[in-house]
Design a protein around this ligand. Structure first.
Ligand code: FAD
Length: 390
């Protein structure tokens, strides 16, 4: 590969952030080339729970200040895209649930009080009962309270598939990334030995951003990784549930999402406090035991004797920040032609694209007439990670 290429925007990293950005820029008429060394969506994106948060859970810690946070607008923007009339046409992407639920399992009301003290929250939640309850909680033994949040849950593999379709020809699988400097200025990247010049270069490689910055001899922006130890359970008796189950603290005790397996069974993917520091410290067997205990307490009517269990360790990659809890916004840093960022949430990919687009507009970057790209080796697209586990 010795011939060189030119593109308006070169994107490194094809998770949801890079793919969403790529599709948005193509809609605006920019030529793009997106490089990934692995599988599209195969990093954090497919291992996320697919919840399109509107920020409601931050009200549990009192950190939601109102509609000023970018996250508050995300469910609307995603809904429009899913309906085919938003900033991207995501029609065909599978919606797993039109709502996420907040579930208080009975006796604990303290954190609900602070939750409902927030005006921003009161307008966005409504209690559900009886046949409106999520199927897995429709049992005479169920005692808690359930509130419907105006948030959605997506099937991430189908989202990645659709975003890849919107990518056009500019997808390249490549391993080695080096800087391309001309007259002391970064003008592009050398990708598996081939020079790619671009007006702007965007690093959206998730946990890979730190190594890429290293390869470019840059120390900033600093990245942090926050580890999780998630639990996956598959059983013929599981019915769909999409809910944050409240504990005593400011974080959900457990967050459950449900994902369809190829054989027709449901797979529950368990995060929340269970998967945070305490869970990270446990080995796989102890983590499964902890999850079994939680489910036995919370949903004792579900027979899990035939269930299969697995765990997954995965890091959230984000800009380094203080421990101060705050609602997320996407993060973007700029140095000359180079832009580096993390969406910090799958849901915030539109906010991330806004920030890049804003920087292009501010700098007067216009689409240039360029030669069409040649045939390139394309990265594969992720499938559901849970299929390979059992
Ligand atoms: P990634 O999806 O990690 O993609 C990075 C891509 O870059 C990969 O394809 C990788 O192959 C590629 N890459 C890496 N290094 C290189 C390199 N050197 N060269 C070329 N390519 C490279 N967010 C939500 O909004 N809702 C949720 O419910 C939710 N649940 C989550 C649950 C878990 C367990 C975790 C870990 C995260 C969750 N998140 C959630 C956060 C969300 O998953 C991430 O914020 C988002 O997926 C990050 O997307 P990304 O594109 O930046 O990174």
């Amino acid at each position: 590969m010795s011939d060189s290429l030119s593109t308006d925007v070169l994107i490194v990293g094809g998770g949801v952030a890079g793919l969403w950005l790529n599709a948005r820029l193509r809609r605006l008429g920019y030529s793009t080339l997106l490089v990934d060394k692995g599988v599209l969506g195969g990093g954090q994106s497919v291992k996320s729970q697919g919840i399109i948060h509107g920020g409601t859970k931050y009200a549990l810690s009192g950190a939601l200040t109102g509609a000023s946070e970018a996250i508050a607008d995300m469910p609307r923007r995603w809904r429009e895209a899913l309906a085919g009339n938003g900033e991207l046409d995501l029609s065909g992407v599978r919606l797993l649930s039109d709502a996420h639920y907040l579930w208080s399992p009975g006796t604990l009301t303290g954190n609900l009080t602070s939750f409902f003290a927030s005006k921003a929250v009161r307008s966005r939640v409504g209690q559900v009962k009886g046949s409106e309850l999520p199927p897995a909680l429709q049992n005479p033994r169920f005692k808690g309270k359930v509130y419907r949040l105006s948030e959605l849950v997506l099937d991430v593999p189908s989202l990645i598939q659709r975003l890849a379709e919107l990518s056009g020809p500019g997808l390249l699988k490549a391993e080695r990334i080096e800087p391309l400097r001309e007259n002391g200025e970064l003008t592009g990247l050398v990708v598996d030995g081939r020079s790619v010049r671009a007006q702007r270069i965007v690093l959206t490689a998730g946990a890979g951003n730190a190594d890429l910055l290293n390869a470019l001899d840059l120390a900033q922006p600093a990245m942090q990784k926050r580890p999780l130890h998630m639990v996956i359970v598959k059983a013929p008796t599981l019915k769909p549930l999409y809910a944050h189950c409240l504990g005593g603290g400011s974080k959900p005790r457990i967050t459950v999402t449900s994902h369809p397996a190829a054989d027709g069974e449901w797979v529950w993917y368990l995060g929340g406090d269970l998967a945070e520091a305490g869970g990270v410290a446990r080995d796989e067997a102890s983590q499964i035991a902890a999850a079994k205990k939680e489910l036995a307490e919370l949903v004792p009517w579900i027979d899990l004797s035939a269930a299969k269990w697995a765990t997954l360790r995965i890091d959230r990659a984000e800009p380094a920040q203080s421990a101060l809890a705050r609602p997320d916004n996407a993060f973007l840093a700029e140095q000359g032609r180079l832009l580096v960022g993390w969406p910090t949430k799958l849901a915030l990919s539109p906010d991330f694209a806004d920030r890049v687009e804003g920087a292009l507009v501010r700098d007067g970057i216009q689409p240039q007439p360029l030669a069409p790209l040649p045939e390139l080796p394309r990265p594969a697209i992720t499938g559901p990670f849970w299929e390979g586990l059992f």
